[in-house]
Every structure is written in C-alpha cells, then in structure tokens.
Ligand binder design. Sequence first.
Ligand code: NG6
Ligand code: CA
Length: 497
Amino acid sequence: MIKLNLKFISCLLILLFSSCSDENKKPNVIIIYADDLGFGDVSAYNQGTLNTPNIDRIANKGIKFTNGHSSSATCSPSRYALLTGSYPWRNSKAKISTGASMIIDVNQKTLPKMFKESNYSTAIIGKWHLGLGDGQINYNSKISPGPNEVGFDYSYIMPDTQDRVPTVYIEDGYVKNLDKNDPLYVSFKENFDNQPTGDKNPEMLSMKWHHGHFNSIINGISRIGFMKGGKKAHWSDIDMADHFLNQAKSYITKNKKNPFFLFYSMQQPHVPRTPHPRFKGKSGMGPRGDVIIEADWCIGELYKTLDNENLLENTLIIISSDNGPVLNDGYYDDAVEKIGNHTPSGILRGGKYSLFEAGTKVPFISYWKGITPSKVSNKLISQIDLFNSLSTIVNGRIKTNDSKDLSQLLLNGDGKQREKLILEASGKTALKYKNWVFIPPYKGKAVSTYTNIELGRSSSHQLYNLKTDPSQRKNLIDQEKEKFIELQKIYNKIISN
Ligand code: NG6
Ligand code: CA
C-alpha cells in the first residue's frame, strides 16, 4: 500500500515537473537472435539432452512458443523477413549472402525505422549477413549503405558470417581497428599473392575444412573468400562471444534512459564453432554443444545487466533463431561424432536448409517481467509477424502487408494466431496452413550430400497433417485429395500475389 502510494506520488511529481508521458512507458525491445539454433537445442523445449539454464529461466517465466517459425531455413532470408516484415521470396536478392551488396533497399520499411519513428534509439550488435554497399566494397573507407542506412542508429557487426571473409568487425560503417598503413583487401573470386589457403596449406589449420571452406586462413581456420592485410583489425574467434556481449551490455547501460531497440544477433552455433576456452569441453558434445552453452551464458549475462539496471520491468525480450540446426556445415568439428542422444531438431523432420518443419520451426520466446504470463503456446507465429506486432506494442505508425499484428499473442500467449505461412528454403517454398503442410514437387536431391539433412524436396506433391504426424512421416497426398486441392489453391494465391 505504502509502496503504491509512493509510486503514485512520484508519478504525480514527475507529471508536475516534466512529462509522465507515454514515451516513458514505452518498453525497450531486445531481440536475441541465435544462428542455426535448433528447436531441440534449448532444454526448456524438453527435446534434447543439452542444458541451457539461462534461456530456460527466461522461457519458463515468459511465453514459450512451440509453433514459432523463422521465415526461412537459411540466414539472410530470415533476417530480411525479420527486419522488413516482408516475405524474402518476393525479393530475388534475399538469398544467402556472400560478399554481396545490401539486400534491403534503403527506401524499404524496416523494423529499426519503425522504432526510430517512435523515438527509440536503435542498434544492431552481432551478425548482419544482409549484404553491404551497392557494388565493389572498399573496406578502407566508409562502407555504405549498411545497417545505419536502414534505421540502426548504432551498428557493430560481423559483415556476413564467421566462416566468410572479411574477418573484421565494422562499427557504424568503418572497419574497427584498421591500420591505414595495412589496408584490407577482399575478393570472392581469386586469391591475393602468397596468401595461405585451406586447400594449399593444410599444415596451418587448427580446424580442418570438410566442404566449401578452403580459402583464406585466419586464426588457423580457412574461410569462404580471400583476404589480405588489415591484420590489426582481425577478430579473435574465441573472444567473439565476449566481444559482442560486452558491446551489447555497454549499449544497454548507455541507453537505459531512453527507450531502445537492440538487435543482439549472436554468431553461435554457426560454423566455425570456436568456444572460448572457458566453455571448451563443457557440453561433452564437442564445439557445437560448447558454443551453445557459451551463448546461453551470454544470454544469462545480458539478463543480469537488465536486472542490475532495473530495466526488466520495462523491457520486452524475444529470443529466437534464424533457422534450424545443422551438424556438419563445412568443418570437421566432431558435431556429428559427439552428438550422443542429443536431438537438435527434436522430434521434427529435417534441419537447416529444409522445407520440413525443423528448417524453420525454431525456439521462440517472449518475456516482459510483470506483463507476459508463464505460458506455453502452440499458436502459429512467424518472425515476420514481429514487425506489425511490435509496431502495435510501441505505438508505431509503420506496418507491412506480409506481417500480422499478433501483439496480443506475443504478450499474452493467447489470442489471434497466424493461419497461413509460406515457408522458404533455398528459394523453394511450401505452405503451412493450420495443422497442415503442403509442399509442391521440386527437382533435386532429397538429402543433402554434405549436411546429410532431408531437404523436403520430392518429385511428387507432399501433404502432412501435423496434428497426428508432427514428424511428417506420412505423406497424405493420395488419402486427402480435398485438403490437397484446398491447400494448393491457397498456396498458389499467396505466391502469385
Ligand atoms: C553455405 C555454406 C555453409 C554456411 C551457409 C550460410 C558451403 C558449402 N556452405 O553456402 O557453411 O556458411 O552457407 O549459413 O559453403 S547461414 O546460416 O548464414 O545461412
Ligand atoms: Ca543461420
């Protein structure tokens, strides 16, 4: 009672002397986005054997979505959808980016622009992977356009992925710690003179490549693409998690007085998996398990920062992943050999790159202290929907056509859900409609030779009833003719719009 009165009186005083306006009540929003973290990798989902106590603590206090999707089964398209509220298959540039120019148009609506319009400070810290510049990039001068040109006030990024050059951080368009006397050169076509590569200099490798990662060697790891110079700017792989975490913590502390939107875009457990020595061997599953434990620890530290700064009651935290899990994604790192009984995809079929459920059904958690109930929700929600939902929550003015306002679902774990969702994997699409999944016929291998993942492709149509068959084992195309026609119609209509 006394507490309440005090709160009331202090609000009155603030009202008298400044403005106890809506602006003060707007929540901070943090999206914590893992890279290739599977539905079964988070122990709160009770699917695998790995332990993620820090994510679990947040998940168990908030809403744990068991039917939450990324838009795509790979990184760049999912990030595109999250940040633009638009389906990536509408944009031919929204493919896995390798040194490409920027995928998001500077005139497009974006999530950070929506927040900025609502007087938020906005930042991305971590993996970007949406392309940079609009042609050949000169890394020795300002790189633009980039995240700052599509709505982020502050950006501290890894340009593409940990397995691609250049292995440097970029802060607000400039390569961090670059020495002008040692310029940085990058090429995805040919090597620079006398630079060691994974295929020619295997003796220099601390982690052997398995497929596709045999170009420039940096820190004993060969990558995709060639680079030369910029030595002082090279990142340390084992310190990357601490580095991004510290940036994120200091951003929160510096911006705690204003509402902020932070996109904390983690690099784990994407390849190359390079846990800090503190986490080495901790999972018993090799580096893949170890970096998930590292990522979980980072999330715990970020949570502590919010707690210490008294921000938990005013911060909506969303945790998810850009696509499903993969074990061997290009390096010999024991991910397959040491997996034991752990099931990164849980009971779901497929994984990263797949049109089956595990390609895009990912951990999806929302938590806002005092607002979200502790709940498990099996309602369908996509990361595309964060755009319109968050816009409603922060009283924003921008909305997009592909995004659905599921703000009630995001805050209460109940209410309106998405009915129809187009899933995407490497340019191929499928429809999820209520409990059903429809996949049109596609040419190509059913199982990827490299990753050993079932890609969801077949020469015939596929139809699955997720209610009775969540692992998509029984193709019902012959038994459920009417359902098939109904879904095909819906699919064609959305795709052609
Ligand atoms: C693929 C890479 C894979 C990974 C992926 C991007 C090869 C053979 N495979 O092309 O290792 O880097 O791109 O992953 O090079 S994502 O999660 O960022 O989409
Ligand atoms: Ca990814």
